[in-house]
Design a protein around this ligand. Structure first.
Ligand code: FES
Length: 509
């Protein structure tokens, strides 16, 4: 048995050496591939087409894929391990990007473009073929500004220090320039260099990238007058790119509701929908929108880093050794799924939500969040446990999101059952189990309403970049009303109420 095998992605021929038996889900996650059903073999979004090598047929593939697809080499990456050298294409990058409401319309034209999701924690850049709509290359990185604070307010504080903003602006521009160069290097040599670059991000990221004054975002009411779209040339940003392409940042919607939410509205087609729909981007800063073509309410709420396992004693990102799923078996024993299958080293955000949901079901955790066993940590697996402090962190995070949803529903004069769908965006939203999110009282919606939407920021950017003429955002912006939770008299009371867990599996609004 070889110690390492080679995984090659066609058509870019990116090759990576991985340990024998490596989980393809973990390998491809590094290449920006999304796993909307969390790798449970249900959604088919992680399809890969084997070109060289063999991936034996898994049960999930056999039951969902057609015989023709199986014979053509299609498999679900999330159900396989790399046990020999293998070359494949990523289905996710081939078809025009799908939303839950259908395929994006691609106005075919020559050339390539770059779209960038500028997140507080992570950066994702994709190079797109404007002729086919295919993703030619993906680059991801951590936001280098994170050394100056994980959450937005710490970042803003740093930006208000002497030369702080200049440092933050320069570091993000430099990093994104590197990513674009990386994309160009990965693209097939026959492709043109990008003719344009389009970005979306939250309002603080927008201000920092564009070099704007942060002080309005540092104090109540946290509103800025500089929310408009911004255009630059690559050279103005210090990027030496062929033909000096135009770089544009989508407009923001409010103080802490950025263009990533505008992109999410475009991706879910909320602005065109007759039915009421909603979505939340569950990150350090939870951004929520609920509405339809007649009006959209949006807000943001400081959830803190618990959903990304930040501030959790044995918290870690969803990498090898992380407990990513927790459930109870028939004998009421706790079962944990560890990424990579080895010893558990920590728990990631989705694992934490699962663990608390399981602890509630087993009676180890009370609805108030108290650990019933004399506050002793709730043991999960190997040396990994969750503590009273961890549970409190999750209560604060989920309380903030649940309160934001509750207030937006009220603004929309609607109840949870009035929504035809509620989409979960962002990495955590991709992985968290909807049953667990409901059990801990994070989401008041039914299982059928809750759907993973992947990276809605990138999806929305693609709707813009693939249209022949740059869409007019004004009709969408006119429908949007930003609800400031900071000045909402009911927020504090609702938040405190929502920090508790539901008494039982009957979910409350
Ligand atoms: S089938 Fe693989 S992520 Fe859903």
């Amino acid at each position: 048995m070889p110690q390492f095998v080679q995984v090659t992605l066609a058509p870019s021929n990116q090759t990576i050496q991985v340990p024998y038996g490596a989980d393809l889900k973990e390998v491809l996650h590094r290449f920006g591939v999304e796993f909307p059903c969390g790798g449970r073999g249900r959604c088919g979004a992680c399809r890969i087409k084997v070109i060289q090598g063999v991936l034996p047929l898994s049960q999930a593939c056999a039951s969902i894929l057609s015989k023709e697809e199986i014979d053509a080499g299609w498999r679900f990456a999330c159900r396989h391990r790399a046990e020999q050298d293998i070359t494949f294409e990523l289905g996710q990058r081939e078809a025009p990007v799908l939303t839950e409401h259908g395929a994006f319309h691609v106005e075919a034209r020559d050339g390539t473009a770059v779209v960038i999701d500028l997140g507080t924690t992570t950066l994702v850049a994709q190079l797109l073929d404007l002729q086919s709509g295919h993703v030619l290359a993906v680059e991801t990185a951590l936001n280098p500004q994170a050394v100056h604070g994980a959450d937005l307010m710490t970042r803003v504080d740093y930006g208000l220090r002497a030369s702080g903003r200049e440092q933050l602006t320069q570091s993000i521009r430099e990093k994104l320039g590197e990513l674009i160069h990386g994309l160009i290097a990965l693209a097939p040599s026959t492709m043109d260099p990008p003719g344009s670059v389009l970005l979306a991000g939250n309002t603080v990221m927008h201000h920092l990238f564009c070099g704007l004054d942060l002080s309005p975002l540092s104090q109540p009411p946290f509103e800025s007058s500089q929310l408009a779209a911004r255009q630059f040339t690559a050279r103005e940003l210090g990027w030496e790119l062929p033909y000096d392409p135009e770089v544009a940042f989508l407009p923001c919607l409010g103080g802490f509701v950025g263009s990533d939410i505008l992109a999410g509205i475009l991706a879910t087609q909320m602005h065109d929908s007759e039915e009421l729909i909603g979505f939340v981007d569950l990150g350090t800063n939870g951004e929520i929108a609920i509405g339809n073509r007649h009006g959209i309410f949006c807000t943001s709420t400081a959830a803190g880093p618990a959903f990304e396992a930040g501030g959790i004693e044995m918290g870690m990102r969803a990498a090898t050794g992380a407990i990513v799923e927790v459930e109870k078996d028939q004998e009421k024993e706790v079962l944990c799924h560890v990424l990579g299958g080895g010893q558990a080293q920590g728990v990631c955000g989705s694992g934490l939500v699962d663990a608390v949901a399981t602890g509630l079901d087993l009676g180890f955790i009370s609805p108030s969040g108290r650990l019933r066993n004399d506050h002793r940590p709730f043991h999960l697996k190997d040396a990994v446990s969750i503590t009273q402090h961890d549970i409190r962190q999750l209560q604060l995070a989920k309380g903030a999101i649940a309160a934001g949803i509750s207030i937006l529903l009220k603004e929309a004069n609607a109840g949870p059952s009035d929504l035809s769908a509620f989409y979960l965006a962002g990495a955590f939203g991709n992985y968290v189990k909807s049953e667990s999110a409901r059990r801990v009282g994070l989401l008041p919606f039914s299982q059928e309403q809750i759907q993973s939407a992947g990276n809605t920021s990138l999806h929305g950017l693609k709707t813009v970049i693939f249209s022949e003429t740059r869409p007019d955002f004004d009709p969408v912006l006119e429908k949007v009303r930003h609800v400031s939770l900071a000045s909402d008299g009911e927020f504090q009371e609702t938040f405190i109420k929502k920090t508790s867990f539901p008494e039982n599996e009957r979910l409350k609004d």
